[in-house]
Design a protein around this ligand. Structure first.
Ligand code: UN1
Length: 500
């Protein structure tokens, strides 16, 4: 049974956890987490040599033969064993996420739980979709459609969910009988290494899951350029997704799929009927939780002029309560941004906003070396002023009046399409606006982050990615090849004997 200890009230500061956050956080006690943190050690991880890539692919191809032929039920049970092992080791994985990835405890617990969810969900999904499907056909013929593995997949995962997205990509490829060459983000290699150790111990053959650390420009590029890989699954920036797509197209060899989940300039539309308290709560969670370092995070709040002053005042009040600090401290709501590059990008963006927009919150002191930023909000004149995805706790606010469909049309024109929030008390309006939006995940009258595996399959279109949605019922198909098998069943005994 799960230990059911109460959620420390400080865990999310002023931010009320959503139902999953609450459920997840009780899964582990504070003492166990603290003890794991005291013991956790983040090992240094050596980068791979890009010259090793062809041998790694060779080994994956050799291992793939047997892995592909294991019954799907066996592969699923290996993934379920890995899920159980990760659950048993939850405090240690959380501690690594806090130490290496600067996650807060609340985010770390939610992330480990998400990784476990991915393992279990894809295990069941593989069992569901990999059964041969009998198809109708003329009399005297049997037709079957089946999914098969494609071969070695390159999995390139980001630092912002270094366990959940890493594990999700790898589990999807493995469940479907593929092999994996994983290249995790350079900022977070240790947590990926621990996940791979756990999967190997659960029964994934060593050569069916190989880890190649290192920079995208060298190791990632060598993997993508290798002619024998079967596909690439990538989460990261739009720009890098396009670089991968070009590299795949440019090389000799087969046409292989790219599954990309990229960025967003995610908006929330608030109409004049919305509940201001609910809006403020949703905005604070969506824009500032995880220090805004989620591709799902809210960047652009489009608030109706009739309620704008009230809503802004409430957001200001709530945002001031949030504490930016050491992520290992329980009262911290926002940890540091991931690295110096992220820090200087944010600084440049904020300097531009200070010249061109109206600040709504006190400027955060830029203390060198801390990479800590308190929540920031600026009012901009037009939503067209926000052109680039910015990864940090920075909210842009724009007022609107008139027809909300025009606001949605303007959001669509930006070209990203990941998450969208709608706040209204007119149900029919929420439905109609969601239908107009070219956005993968639409959230009505709630926050717009923390998509739950199997509940809110996650991913977008346009500049935000290729689909299909991770954690959804159509995801695993993209990792597979399809084969039909048509057999003439009218032929005489000779053929039957041949088939038997
Ligand atoms: C990402 O930030 O790269 O819904 C994607 C959420 C997360 C987003 C993950 N599943 O907030």
């Amino acid at each position: 049974a799960q230990p059911s200890l109460p959620l420390p009230p400080q865990l999310y500061g002023a931010v009320r956890p959503n139902s999953r956050g609450l459920d997840l956080a009780v899964a582990s006690s504070r003492a166990a987490l603290e003890e794991a943190f005291a013991q956790a050690d983040v090992p240094a991880v050596a980068p791979a040599d890009p010259a090793q890539v062809p041998q790694a692919v060779q080994r994956a191809l050799a291992a793939g033969h047997a892995w592909e032929r294991t019954p799907v039920e066996h592969r699923a049970s290996v993934l379920r064993d890995a899920a159980d092992a990760m659950q048993a080791d939850l405090p240690r994985f959380c501690a690594l996420l806090v130490k290496e990835g600067f996650k807060t405890w609340g985010d770390a617990v939610a992330e480990v739980r998400e990784a476990i969810d991915f393992l279990r969900f894809y295990a069941s999904e593989a069992e569901r979709i990999m059964q041969p499907v009998p198809l109708p056909g003329p009399t005297g013929e049997s037709n079957v459609l089946r999914l098969t593995a494609r071969g070695p997949w390159v999995c390139i995962s980001p630092w912002n969910f270094p366990l959940a997205i890493f594990t999700g990509q790898v589990a999807a490829a493995l469940a479907t009988g593929n092999t994996v060459l994983a290249k995790p983000a350079e900022q977070t290699p240790a947590v990926a290494l621990e996940a791979v150790r756990l999967l190997h111990a659960a029964g994934v053959p060593a050569d069916a899951l190989q880890l190649l650390h290192g920079p995208g420009e060298t190791v990632g590029a060598a993997l993508v350029a290798e002619p024998r890989i079967a596909g690439v699954v990538f989460t990261g920036s739009t720009q890098v997704a396009k670089t991968i797509q070009r590299a795949l197209a440019a090389k000799d060899g087969p046409i292989v799929p790219l599954i990309a989940e990229t960025g967003g300039i995610n908006a929330m539309l608030v109409d004049s009927t919305a509940l201001p308290e609910q809006v403020a709560d949703a905005v604070v969670q969506s824009a500032f939780r995880s220090a805004g370092q989620r591709c799902s995070a809210l960047r652009l709040l489009c608030v109706h002029e009739a309620v704008a002053d009230t809503v802004i005042a409430m957001i200001q009040g709530a945002a001031r309560e949030l504490v930016a600090g050491d992520p290992a401290q329980w009262r911290t709501d926002l940890g540091p941004v991931i690295d110096d590059d992220a820090w200087s990008n944010l600084q440049r963006h904020l300097q531009r906003l200070q010249r061109e927009a109206t600040p709504l919150l006190a400027p955060s002191p830029f203390e060198p070396g801390t990479r800590l930023l308190a929540p920031q909000a600026f009012e901009v004149k037009s939503l067209e002023d926000v052109r680039h995805e910015i990864f940090g706790p920075v909210l842009h606010v724009v007022r609107w009046g008139g027809d909300p469909r025009e606001v949605i049309a303007a959001i669509n024109r930006v070209g990203y399409g990941l998450t969208l929030g709608i706040q209204t008390r007119i149900d029919s309006r929420a439905e109609a606006l969601a239908r107009e939006a070219r956005t993968g995940n639409v959230y009505v009258n709630r926050n717009m982050i923390g998509a739950v595996v199997g509940v809110q399959p996650f991913g977008g279109e346009g500049l935000s990615g290729t689909g299909p949605k991770a954690g959804g019922p159509h995801y695993l198909q993209r990792f597979c090849a399809e084969q039909t098998l048509t057999i003439n069943t009218t032929a005489a005994g000779g053929n039957v004997a041949l088939l038997a």
